[in-house]
Design a protein around this ligand. Structure first.
Ligand code: PLP
Length: 373
């Protein structure tokens, strides 16, 4: 049996008529930039994130960048984040001229450890950028409390966590100053290419981001700020408008698949021993952009799965504090031991909504067979 890590074709086949019609609609209108599709999507994505404003952008990376720019973060500033994330989180901090200050993760959730944040605060700290990794929200109450106490801004990197909720029912992106989303095709809501958005409840920040998205221009050819070309295009917005109404049911299918794995690992006597499934969300809403297990024989297991037709991926093999481009920060691997351990132990299994139960069972059986060898 073949079980790919991700197959986007079943989703496309199910919505082909509507998706093709949406693209054709834009083709026929010849209105490609900041038209009605982007406007509709911005209203929809703001509502979905329980926020007042949505700003459609060119990618999740640009969403992080524009959020930092809107908060005037730049040279001499420090932003606290975790080194166990996709590169863009810290890459954008460095690109605005600020210093990424890493703190370690909580080993259960893979999210930034609030206890470690306060120790990293200096007189230069301007913001905290928690990541809701794999689809599960970071522990926002203590993060917001620290931010309030020290006068810091909070940018939520929710690229992997659209529509996730914490145990109090608060939606990702609705708690900090600005929330950043990615619609990279592998995300729960994926465009037909690159796309992203910022959402916020702050009127002034929303107005500033709308300007920054078009080179800080308003009115046309008059530039109050230095921004960039960070626009979401009409074709991507049209695709996202077709997909957005289906997002919650896709995330529910991912949750169902995750619950199947959890039960099957427990039944096979592996849960919590040879394989540690992701932590139970404890009343929160995990949207399972990834279902990552921990296992000490990770690389061997990945090779075995591959040889038996199962796709599995490592997110992430090298923590950001050890990336060559951040050598100037002077970190040693052991500076963040939990991040280091996560890079050695985690493995993402197929979790996409359209998987059949027989495929999920095959993944579990293959992992069981590996451990019996
Ligand atoms: C945690 C995180 N932050 C930021 C990004 C950047 O998003 P994009 O690929 O849309 O630029 C991603 C996407 O891969 C991500 O996973």
């Amino acid at each position: 049996m073949k079980v790919p890590l991700l197959d986007l074709k079943p989703q496309y086949r199910a919505l082909k008529t509507e998706l093709d019609a949406a693209i054709l609609r834009v083709s026929e209108s010849q209105h490609f930039i900041l038209g009605p599709e982007v406007k509709t999507f911005e209203t929809g994505i703001a509502r979905h994130s329980s926020c007042k404003h949505g700003i459609g952008l060119s990618s999740g990376t640009d969403a992080l960048l524009i959020a930092l720019m809107a908060l005037d973060i730049g040279a001499g500033d420090e932003v606290i984040t975790s080194p166990y994330t996709f590169f863009a989180t810290a890459g954008t901090i460095a690109r605005v001229g600020a210093k990424p200050v890493f703190v370690d993760i909580d080993p259960d959730t893979f999210n930034i450890s609030p206890a470690a944040i306060e120790r990293a605060i200096t007189s230069r700290t301007r913001a905290i950028m928690p990541i809701h990794l794999y689809g599960q929200m970071a522990d926002m109450d203590p993060i917001m409390e620290i931010a309030r106490k020290h006068g810091l801004r909070v940018i939520e990197d929710a690229a992997q966590a659209i529509g996730s909720e914490d145990a109090k029912g608060r939606t990702a992106c609705s708690i900090g100053d600005i929330g950043c989303l990615s619609f990279f095709p592998t995300k729960n809501l994926g465009a037909f290419g690159d796309a992203g958005a910022c959402v916020t409840n702050d009127d002034a920040l929303a107005a500033k981001m709308l300007k920054l998205r078009v080179h800080g221009m308003e009115p046309k050819y008059f530039h109050e700020l230095i921004g960039g070309n960070f626009r979401l295009d009409e074709i991507q917005a049209a695709v996202l408008n077709v997909k957005l109404p289906h997002l919650d049911s896709w995330s529910e299918s991912r949750q169902r698949n995750a619950a199947f794995y959890d039960r099957a690992f427990a039944r096979a006597g592996m849960g919590g021993r040879v394989v540690t499934p992701p932590p139970a969300p404890r009343g929160a809403r995990h949207i399972y952009n990834q279902y990552c297990i921990r296992t000490t024989r990770r690389d061997e297991l990945r090779a075995y799965l591959g040889a038996n037709g199962v796709g599995a991926e490592i997110y992430y093999p090298l923590a950001l504090h050890m990336q060559q481009c951040f050598a100037y920060l002077g970190h040693k691997p052991e500076d963040f031991p939990e991040s280091l351990r996560a890079t050695r132990e985690t493995l993402a299994l197929p979790i996409f909504p359209e998987l059949e139960e027989s495929q999920l069972q095959y993944v579990v059986d293959t992992i069981a067979a590996f451990h019996r060898q």
